[in-house]
Design a protein around this ligand. Structure first.
Ligand code: THU
Length: 142
């Protein structure tokens, strides 16, 4: 299996910036592009709750807004602030759908980390079976 140590470590460092006054649950993500760049993201909450942005979408939107649209994998870590990460943090449904927009479900990997040496790997297809994409609209990927 590939070594995701560096990517999980980047997700852990991204989590340090999480803005979570309401849930007190910090999440960090590190998205690796096919060109080899890493975009980090954290969750950013809001007093009106709904505008909250997950760490994964922060990473994707940063990357896409800088012209990147080809991705290899994303590492995600999360847990209650102040404690050590003891559980995996699977991406929410909305984030899975955003991944579906840009990533090939068969090859895009989602790495759920606890520490740089402890992680589990899933494909997007495993976490979003029969996902809807622009292909369902009859659009071609370009
Ligand atoms: N959250 C993420 O950032 N990513 C996930 O995949 C799950 C949930 C955030 C949203 C909210 O700020 C906090 O975790 C609790 O739901």
């Amino acid at each position: 299996m590939e070594d995701y140590k560096e990517l999980v470590a980047a997700a852990i460092s991204a989590r340090e910036m999480a803005y979570t006054p309401y849930s007190k649950f910090g999440v960090g993500a590190a998205l690796l592009t096919k060109s080899g760049k890493i975009y980090k993201g954290c969750n950013i909450e809001n007093a009106t709750y709904t505008p909250t942005n997950c760490a994964e979408r922060t990473a994707f939107f940063k990357a896409v807004s800088e012209g990147e649209t080809e991705f290899r994998c994303i590492a995600i870590v999360g847990g209650k602030n102040g404690g050590s990460i003891s559980e995996l943090c699977p991406p929410c449904g909305v984030c899975r759908q955003v991944m579906m927009e840009f990533c090939d479900p068969e090859s895009f990997k989602i790495i759920l980390g606890k520490s740089p040496d402890q992680w589990e790997v899933y494909t997007l297809k495993e976490l979003l079976p029969l996902g809807f994409s622009r292909a369902n609209l009859g659009d071609k990927h370009d």
